[in-house]
Write a protein that binds this ligand. Sequence first.
Ligand code: M6R
Length: 625
Amino acid sequence: MCGIVGYIAKPENSGEASREYFALDVVLEGLRRLEYRGYDSAGVAVYADGAIDWRKKAGKVAKLEEEIAQRPLADSVLGIGHTRWATHGGPSDINSHPHVVAGGKLAVVHNGIIENFAELKTELTELGYNFVSETDTEVAATALAHAFEQERDLTRAMRKVCQRFEGAFTLLGIHADQPDRIVAARRDSPLVIGLGEGENFLGSDVSGFIDYTKQAVEMGNDQVVTITADDIAITDYEGNPAEGKSFHIEWDAAAAKKDGFGSFMEKEIHDQPAAVRDTLFGRFDEQGRLTLDEVHIEESLLKSVDKIIVIACGTAAYAGHVARYAIEHWCRIPTEVELAHEFRYRDPIVTPRTLVVALSQSGETMDTLMAVRHAREQGAKVIAICNTQGSSIPREADAALYTHAGPEIAVASTKAFLAQITATYLLGLYLAQLRGNMFTDEVQMVISELRQMPEKIEAVIDNKAQVAELAKSMQDATSVLFLGRHVGFPVALEGALKLKEIAYLHAEGFAAGELKHGPIALVEEGQPVFVIVPSPRGRDSLHSKVVSNIQEVRARGAITLVIAEEGDTAVEDYANHVIRIPQAPTLMQPLLATVPLQIFACVMAETKGYDVDQPRNLAKSVTVE
Ligand code: M6R
């Protein structure tokens, strides 16, 4: 939530000299790329001609750009910017960031919540400071200005105030009296540093500066960094030097562009074959054995694991539910899936033999981060499955397994879901191989099935016109239900979530077997019901049970939209519409059956005229609890 950018360069690196851009260009480009983190309002501050100048506006970054076009800012080599998801104070011009205090000398942007802002505000008011906004950020900026008066140094002032601040925050400050630097601090809120030559960058994630450098540095928690054009210096809040962790950014700047698609979501749906392929890539040795070199947890510990708990939120949690079926089946280890925000408040039974798997696209979801800490405090080992380099969850976990889905910009998660399922499957197979639950040839058979999935996903996407037509024809629906069994159940939940979050349509996913225990009462004439049908070649009577469920809702007037394998003729008599997916074993089916549901939601939202990528009230990365 909230996107933050900072940029500083040597004067000769800008404009007419070696580079063709100024701080404002870099900061605005960063804000456009980080806008998915929050889009209530946006603002920038630059230092030029001995003073700080700024523009800020409620609304999207485009509004800010209009404002700047009308009232241009001077060329500069120092700038910070912010795109906001409102917490304290509604989205208004005045509450937007930067907050500029100290008679216009100090500008601050902030992500997170300063929980003790009320107490600090009282103290500062007593000292004679005034406030114009409703935000905790203005309080933080004023506290920083007050500390600067005493310290006469922005870095020392930042360290001092951070020791007083409670809550989770990232802060960036620039001061007209020290225009050679940006000082930033973080606690439980994202911030990465980008390294250039004669220029340096800060961003909530690497997308903030991906156009300019591939070299980045992660900083730890409770640390302050001072960046100048040539240097970065990290310390803790007491001033003790600290080391950042350097990494090469694997994302491609082009991957964060729409590439001719109408929306990022549409593009990311099309990215899915590559997301699965890239997540599989490089994880095998020459004999085709799974290696997972990143999992630096002792094999003896992994062999002794007696319980797995997957912690995640939203779509990532649904990927966890899918994974549970596979992991329990392959490894015979009891596996629980828990919403991260529920996990730590229910006193979960976690021991050193518990393996916790934290699933997160952003790697910054605060609820998941807190659950990771809780699990580690209880002695569990944590493996993070994340998509974003330089983020907090993999940094704090014992090991990290990255999904290689590339940047996911649309708030509604699509390719991350498929990549998370793929990565959890790799982890499950790895554990099964290590613990001897599966023979090598059995593991390899599943891997070969996984390797066929990108092509099959491609085939599902190729059928998008049929799904798009259905979505358009149902745009007046007031509610859509989704039914599935086994791995089809979390797919149903995910289909419903997509529709809720971008098409603002009431949607519910149910375990099809639960239907008769209540939800069937919702079914009336004309009610659209998606049914995810398992493979007829699959286990036991799963397929026939789901076919019976289709009949049950159809008999009550539902319009049934049935997702079924090629060649599954048993569904035809009861389906109003059959959406075909390629044949695949049951455990592979979520990688296919989810795709039409994503397309349906995307087209439905577009047809209704909604902003598919930036739905109301939401932000991509939920960095507050
Ligand atoms: O970044 P994470 O994977 O931790 O995010 C978890 C959820 O916030 C996220 O999946 C959310 O539910 C999406 N908007 C769903 O499309």
